[in-house]
Design a protein around this ligand. Structure first.
Ligand code: NDP
Length: 281
């Protein structure tokens, strides 16, 4: 019998806790925790993400400062804005919504976000600290996965974890977090040979590849915990993950659905990071 990890419920619980921390910060410091959200251009998915982030700020008592820049924004204009936000004492976190317009050198712009305000946890310094298992702002999606495992008391220590995907924002930090939590970790990617055999060894299987229903029942060990990070559309345009949930679930002890699994946890962890960044500054 499997348990579905309810990311929506977990996220609501965590948001209530984050709100208490944000209120305590306001009492202590005399101002609200502040998150700057920068959106350049009119990518519809980015607009939805930004709207959801601003809504999450409202829910958690964080003051959001939204900056909407035109698609035609220059590298210089964007960099000047980031520099201003870096100096602004009311801003604890800076989030630049990706992807940026194609003429922008995103790496160069993002490098201007100070490590202490890098609430996405994407900077080389935060990623490096994570790999050294020191205190840092951790990338939101993998951190959300860890919170979900923690809250559902899924054992990690000594377990075999397999992460599908090696991106800087999900796969790699996910593997680091699992390693830091004493799992034995394998990272798989598009060039991995015998992928199915690797997956079958996993006590914890995290799928973050962006391929609809890629993980099938024959790739999952009996009793495994399966975490689905993917957000895709199936052949009928319906939202689905990287895991073939309906056919995989009966083999699992725990499984996350899409939607309603890791998605809601990701934005919640952004709020969590913002309050941490505020308290540390
Ligand atoms: P990327 O495209 O950056 O990375 C995908 C990774 O999957 C790469 O490492 C790639 O390997 C690997 N991969 C692709 N195809 C295969 C395959 N057939 N077999 C094995 N590995 C494969 O994606 P992201 O990490 O940014 O995102 C992954 C998924 O998670 C997407 O669906 C995205 O929408 C979703 N996502 C969800 C979030 C949430 O809040 N729930 C947040 C962020 C992302 P290689 O490196 O060799 O190319």
């Amino acid at each position: 019998m499997y348990t579905v990890i309810d990311g929506k419920k977990l996220a609501a619980e965590m948001r209530a806790e984050i709100k208490l921390s944000a209120e305590a910060f306001k009492k202590r410091v005399g101002r609200e925790v502040g998150l700057a959200v920068v959106l350049a251009g009119e990518n519809p998915a980015s607009q939805v993400y930004v709207r959801n982030k601003i809504k999450a700020c409202e829910e958690t008592g964080i003051k959001s400062y939204a900056y909407y820049l035109p698609e035609s924004v220059s590298q210089n204009q964007l960099e000047e804005l980031i520099k201003e936000l870096a100096e602004d004492n009311n801003i604890d976190g800076i989030l630049v919504q990706l992807p940026l317009p194609t003429h922008i050198d995103a790496k160069r712009a993002l490098e201007l976000i100070p490590t202490c305000k890098d609430v996405d946890g994407f900077s080389a310094e935060n990623a490096g600290k994570l790999s050294q298992n020191s205190d840092c702002l951790v990338a939101c999606t993998p951190n959300g996965v860890m919170k979900a495992l923690e809250r559902y008391k899924v054992p990690v220590k000594g377990k075999k974890a397999v992460v599908l995907g090696r991106s800087d924002i999900v796969g790699k930090p996910m593997a680091m977090l699992l390693l830091n939590a004493d799992a034995t970790v394998t990272i798989c990617h598009s060039k991995t040979q015998n992928l199915k055999e690797e997956c079958l060894k996993a006590d914890i299987l995290v799928a973050a590849i962006g391929k609809a229903k890629f993980v099938t029942a024959d790739m999952v060990k009996d009793g495994a915990t399966v975490i689905d990070v993917g957000i895709n559309r199936d052949e009928n345009g319906k939202l689905c993950g990287d895991v073939d949930f309906e056919n995989v679930k009966d083999k699992c002890s725990y499984i996350t659905p899409v939607p309603g699994g890791i998605g809601p946890m990701t934005i919640t962890m952004l709020m969590y990071n913002t309050v941490i960044a505020a308290s540390r500054r």
